[in-house]
Structure formats: structure tokens, C-alpha cells
Design a protein around this ligand. Structure first.
Ligand code: NDP
Length: 286
């Protein structure tokens, strides 16, 4: 069997096309572009690349994108003052704090300070609460991207066995909740899980968000399973690989996302979509 390789790149392009139209309509109706503002503290090289990509993507899709660069030794008070300034600015619809923050800053406290109406990363406790209770809110971008991917291949999670490997706030927990909402029977595996291989073997859908290169072996998979590989790992030789052994997975899976070009582009597309959603909701009064 040779798996279908799901192009997150193409899918992201078509989602962004639709979002671009909504952004243009918003500009027409409100005389301004939806605004996405990113706060970057410090000079971590990977974070610099990520924020630049977000800024460019926003501008390409007809949003106003801006990065606020703060020095690595910025105090907690100064970071909170910046968030407060962005919260109060009515022309800003989405605020994103690039993680990780320098060690001396309290990451949770900084996230908590973001106005939930502008929480385009979906990481504030209120956004998490909306997700748990199945209400409308801004949802984390990477898991939303995974759900878009599943819809695009016509995979209905209802009644299917889904295994999520990883339980982070950013990916594992929210994707597990979204799959549960879509009526899958969800198992969440983590570093204390025993016999992961057996859990993988019984899953119709595997979502891998571990952060370990090629950790989930292709031969563990159930024949025909759908595999969403969230992991991004850089090897010593410079190659980027996912959390799943892609070559092995191609032999057994029904469909699999590649790394790069799978979940990554969808994450950015969903961030742009969330910003337009936030702009539309804010202009409609919440
Ligand atoms: P975290 O490090 O926050 O979480 C990793 C999870 O994997 C933890 O829950 C951990 O378990 C679990 N884990 C670690 N070792 C094992 C093991 N041996 N067996 C089973 N589970 C294990 O990572 P993130 O969730 O933030 O990210 C995961 C990956 O996804 C990373 O590679 C990251 O770069 C990538 N990523 C990609 C994005 C994209 O846009 N494509 C966006 C965000 C992340 P425990 O809780 O017990 O420690």
C-alpha cells in the first residue's frame, strides 16, 4: 500500500485564498485591515524567523501585520505594559506572544494578560474554557489546522479510534478535545504511557505531537490509518523531519502528512483565519 501524501501547502493556499477575500471585505466595510500584532522578546534566531513569516503571511493576505521587538532583558512590567497597550488599541484584532519567552518572564502571566477577544493563538484560559465547553471562541492554530486537514481528505472522526501522542497545551490537549467534539474515541498518550506501540496499532487516526524525530515507526501503524505529523525536528545534518517515520508510514498508512509541507503551513493559515475571525467578531460587538 502506498499512502496518499496530504499537501498541507496546497490546502493552506486554498484556505488563505478564502480568508483573503474575507479580509478584503472587512477592509471595504470598516475602512481598515484586520490587524495582527506579534510580540517578540529577545533575539532567539528560530523565533525571529517564525515572527517574520507570520508578519509576511499577514501582509500577503491583506492584513496589517506588525512585530513589536523587545530586548531580551525586558522586565515583566514592561511586557505587560506592551500587552495592555495592544489590548487597548481598537485597530488591533489579534495579539500573539511568540514563545518561548526568556526565562525571567512568567509565560503564563503574559498570556493571561491578552484580551481573550484578541487571543488568536487560543492560549488564554478563557479560550481553553470555550474549547472544553464546546463554545465559539478562538482556537489554537495547529490543532485547527489538523482538523482542516482531516476534513479535506473526507475523514470523519465519528466513532473512529484516534490516538494523540503528546499532551501539551499548545497541541496535544486541544487536538484531543477537538477530536472528541467530532465524536472520535480519543486516547491521549504521553511520556508515561505504557506500550505505545500497541496503542498506535489500534488507532484509525494517529496525531503525533511529541518533538522526537521519527519516533513513531511506520510498522506500528494499523494498515490504512490516517497519520497527522505535527512534529518539526531538525537533524544534525540540517534536515527537517517529523515525529513519524515518514518512509515507513507511507508503506502502511492510508494518508500521511509530510514534514515540511504538512501541518506547518496550515498553522500559519489558521492564524490568519483566526485574526480575520477576531476582527469580524469584534466589529460585530463580540
Ligand atoms: P511539548 O514538548 O510541549 O510536548 C511534547 C509531548 O510529547 C509531551 O506531552 C510529552 O509527554 C510527550 N512525550 C515526550 N516523550 C514521549 C514519549 N517517549 N512517548 C510518548 N509521549 C512523549 O511539545 P509541543 O506539543 O509544543 O510540540 C510537539 C512537536 O510539534 C514539536 O516537534 C514541535 O516543534 C511541533 N510543533 C509544530 C507546530 C507546527 O506548526 N507544525 C506547532 C507547534 C509545535 P509529557 O507530557 O508526559 O512530558
Amino acid at each position: 500500500m502506498s499512502a496518499t501524501i496530504i499537501s498541507g501547502k496546497d490546502l493552506a493556499e486554498s484556505l488563505r485564498e478564502r480568508v483573503r477575500e474575507r479580509a478584503a471585505r472587512f477592509l471595504e466595510q470598516h475602512g481598515r485591515k484586520p490587524g495582527l500584532h506579534v510580540v517578540l522578546v529577545g533575539d532567539d534566531p528560530a523565533s525571529q524567523v517564525y515572527v517574520r513569516n507570520k508578519e509576511r503571511a499577514a501582509e500577503r493576505d491583506g492584513l496589517e501585520g506588525k512585530v513589536h521587538r523587545l530586548p531580551a532583558d525586558t522586565s515583566m512590567e514592561a511586557v505587560l505594559a506592551k500587552i495592555d497597550e495592544l489590548n487597548r488599541d481598537d485597530s488591533i484584532d489579534g495579539i500573539l506572544v511568540q514563545l518561548p519567552l526568556p526565562k525571567h518572564l512568567d509565560e503564563q502571566k503574559v498570556i493571561d494578560a491578552i484580551d481573550p477577544m484578541k487571543d488568536v493563538d487560543g492560549l488564554t484560559p478563557l479560550s481553553a474554557g470555550f474549547l472544553v465547553t464546546g463554545r465559539e471562541g478562538l482556537r489554537p492554530c495547529t490543532p485547527s489546522g489538523c482538523m482542516h486537514i482531516l476534513r479535506s481528505i473526507g475523514f470523519d472522526p465519528a466513532g473512529r479510534r484516534a490516538l494523540v501522542v503528546g499532551r501539551s497545551i499548545l497541541v496535544g490537549k486541544p487536538i484531543a478535545l477537538m477530536l472528541l467534539e467530532a465524536n472520535a474515541t480519543v486516547t491521549v498518550a504521553h511520556s508515561r504511557t505504557k506500550d505505545l506501540e500497541a496503542r498506535v496499532a489500534e488507532a484509525d487516526l494517529v496525531v503525533a505531537a511529541v518533538g522526537r524525530p521519527e519516533f513513531i515507526r511506520g510498522e506500528w501503524l494499523k494498515e490504512g490509518a490516517v497519520v497527522i505529523d505535527v512534529g518539526i525536528n531538525r537533524l544534525e545534518d540540517g534536515r527537517l523531519v517529523g515525529d513519524v517515520d515518514f518512509e515507513g508510514a507511507k508503506e502502511r498508512a492510508g494518508a500521511v502528512t509530510p514534514v515540511p509541507g504538512g501541518v506547518g503551513p496550515m498553522t500559519i493559515a489558521c492564524l490568519i483565519e483566526n485574526t480575520v475571525i477576531a476582527a469580524e467578531r469584534r466589529s460585530a460587538g463580540g
